[in-house]
Design a protein around this ligand. Sequence first.
Ligand code: HEM
Length: 512
Amino acid sequence: MLFATEGSGLLPVVGWVLLGSFVFYRIAVYIQLSIARSRAAKEHGCKPPPAYPDFDPIFGLGLVLAAVKSGKKDTFLEDIWKRYQKYGNTFSSNLTGLPIITTCEPENVKTVLAVKFADFQLPPRRKAGFRDLFGNGVFTTDGSEWEHSRAMLRPNFTRTQIADLNMFEKHVNELIELIPKDGSTIDLQDLFFGMTLDSATEFLFGESANTLSGQHSSAPKGDIFGQSFDYCTGYIGKRFRVGLPTIFGNKQYTQGVKDVHTFADHYVRKGIKRYNSREKGRDGIDSPSESGRYVFLDELVKETQDPLALRSELMNILLAGRDTTASLLSVLWNTLSKRQDVWAKIQAEVETLEGRAPSFEEIKNMKYLRYTMNEVLRLYPVVPGNSRSAIRDTVIPRGGGPDGLSPVFVPKGTSVVYSVYSMHRRTDIYGPDALEFKPERWETLRPGWGYLPFNGGPRICLGQQFALTEASYATIRLMQTFKTIESRDPHPWTELLTVTCSSKYGAKVSLR
Ligand code: HEM
C-alpha cells in the first residue's frame, strides 16, 4: 500500500522531468539549427527578401483570402503579377502555415529546376492533393519512382514516332468534319479537347478514345470522361491555390474521380488482355506495339499487371497529353480570330504547301507559325505557375536585400513558388511592349530561362515536340480548309484555371 502510494506520487514527477527534458532538447536543437542556418546564410552572402505584409504572418490567411477573391474574379494570375510589381521579383510569404518564397526571377527558377535539382522535390501538398485522382506517376512522384516513370515514357517521344503525322491527319479530319462551313458560330475549344484526347490515347495507349468520331466501340464515353476530368482538375487546382487539401471532397468530385477511373480502367483491361494473349502466344488481338511502334501502355504492362499501378501511370500522362495541347490550340485560335494581321501572315506560309499535308520538316520551317505559338505560350502559358519544396537547407541566387540582388537562404521545408505567367511579362526581359501580342519579337529574342512554357532541367516536358507538332499540324490543315475567320467572342482573354490554364470563353469563331 505504502509502495503504491509512493509509486503514484513519483510517476507525475518522472513525467514532468521527461517532458521538461524533451522541451529543453527541442529548444536546444532549434537554437543550434538557427545558429547554423544564420552562419550558412552569412557564408553565402544571403540577405532576407522582402516579406509579403500579411495581416496574419503565421498562417497566411491574408493570402488565402486574396486567392479566393482573385479566383472569383478570374484574375488569379493577374493579381500575382501585380503583387510582383509591388513587392519585387522575389518575396517571402506564408500559405496556411507553409513558408514560401515566391519568385519570377529566371536565375532562381534555373537554380531550383536544374542547378540544384537535388535540393528540391515536388511539394508534399501537390503529391497529397493529386493522389485521389492521379495516384503515383510521372507528375506525382520524385526520386527513383519518377525516374522509372519517365524512362518508360521517353521512347514514346522519339523523333521517328512524333514525325509520323498520319495519326494527326485522321483526328484533324474528324475535327474539321464537325465545324459548320456556313459561318455559324462554333466553340473550337470543345473540339480541341476532344481531338487531343483522341490522339493522346492512340499515341500512348494504342487505341483512340474516338471522342470526335463518336465510334466508341466498347470504350466508355470520352465526353463523360472529359467533363468529369475538367471538374476534378478544377476542384484540385482551386484547393491547391488556396493551400487546402482535397480530402472531404464533395459528391461531384467523388463521382468525377470514379468516372475518370472507369475511363482509364478500360485501357488497363485492354492492355492486360493484350499482354496475356501475347504471353500465351495466341495473339488474336490487334496489337499496336507489334506494328513496330512503341506504345507506352504495352511496355508498362510488361513490367506490372497491377491494375492500380497501371491506372495511375495512365492518369498522369492523360493530364499531360489532353489539356495542355488543347489549351494552346484554343488560345491560339481565339487570338487568330481577333488578329487578322497574324492570320494573314500564317495563311501566306500555309499557302506555300499548295493544299498538301505538311511534312514534319515543313512544319519546322514555318517560322511565323512558330513565333505565333511562342507568343501564345508566353502571354497565356498553359502551366502558368509551379513550385518545388526544399528537402535540405539551400540557397537561391537572387532576391535578397533591398536591391534584390543578394542570394536568399532557403531553409528545408520551404516551398519556392515561381510564376511563369509573371516572368513572361517582365519588361526588363521582353521590352516595354511586353504586354503586346507580337510574334515578330521572336525573330531576334532569346530569353533563356526567362521563357519557360515547358519547364526546364531534368523534369522538362517530355511532350514538347509532340504538342507543338500536333498544334501546328491541326492549325495548318484548318487554315487550308477555311480561308476566313471572325471572332464571336467579345471578351478579352480570361483565365480558366484548373491544374493547367486555358480560356474561360473558349475559342468562339465563325469560319468559312
Ligand atoms: C502546349 C503543350 C504543353 C505544355 C505547355 C506543357 C508543359 C509542361 C510543363 C510546364 C511541365 C512541368 C510540370 C511540372 O514539373 O510540374 C510538363 C511536364 C510534362 N509534360 Fe508537358 N506540356 C505540354 C504538352 C505535353 C504533352 C502533349 C505531353 C504528352 C503527351 C506532355 C508530357 C509531359 C510529361 C510526361 C511531363 C512530366 C515530366 C517530368 O516530370 O519528368 N506534355 N509539361
